[in-house]
Write a protein that binds this ligand. Sequence first.
Ligand code: ZN
Length: 275
Amino acid sequence: MAITNKKYYLFSVDLEDVRDMIDNGMQYKEAVVSNTQKYLAWLSKHKFKATFFVVGRTAQAFPSLIKEIADSGHEIALHSHNHVHITKLTPEQFKADITANINAIQKAGVATVKGFRAPTFSLVEQSKWAYKILRNAGIEYSSSVIPNTNPLFGWQNFGGEQMVDGVYEIPMNIGNKPFSVPFGGGVYFRFLPWLISKRLFKNTAKKQQPVLGYFHPYDINTEQERFMHPHLNNNKLLNKLMYINRSKVFNRLDRVIDLGFEVVRYDDYYRMQTE
Ligand SMILES: [Zn+2]
């Protein structure tokens, strides 16, 4: 594995429509396009190229958005077609889901995809069979594992970046105890006080590892109606956290860049690591 002295932030957007995942979700306001464009504007401000892991159904609903992202020089990768956890699928169902995901992205005008992120990081030891299916579908890298125990999905003792059945897995970063969570993105990035996040970012760079960031359109949607989010087992406290500090995301992202971090596309990072 190549070692780098650069501070890489593997910022990415998991491009999905949260309304698709809840009952009667379509009664809420569409917020995917405008919030994705805010991420695009932030990336453009810093002249960075990043990776967008796209749900197939979302690509079907907003094909011109997917084309716009790709035309701006960003990477389009897979985030499943229906956003169903891999652990709930048979290998045959997973294969069909990935095929549908690739087709939806190709229909939107993006010819090739190399990467994959599992819905809610649901690639765990029991769903390890997914790697072979990904490889056979032409996928070269994945970023789908939380290498620790976690309230939702985790693969304890997974370790660091490695090849699994022909697919290069780039797992999430976990902070030191008591912050042993994937701090670089999503609700953890919003919830942890900046001084703690800053220390976790710096410690990771010291270990010559990239920090992985995963954001969603809803992470910055300050106008979203209150509803119970999916995948939280109806937990009201967790749901409250889903709304915390959404207005602070871009300010904090700028601070990450001020620390000397540079955003790169996952496929470029994967190439550097495996060349
Ligand atoms: Zn997702």
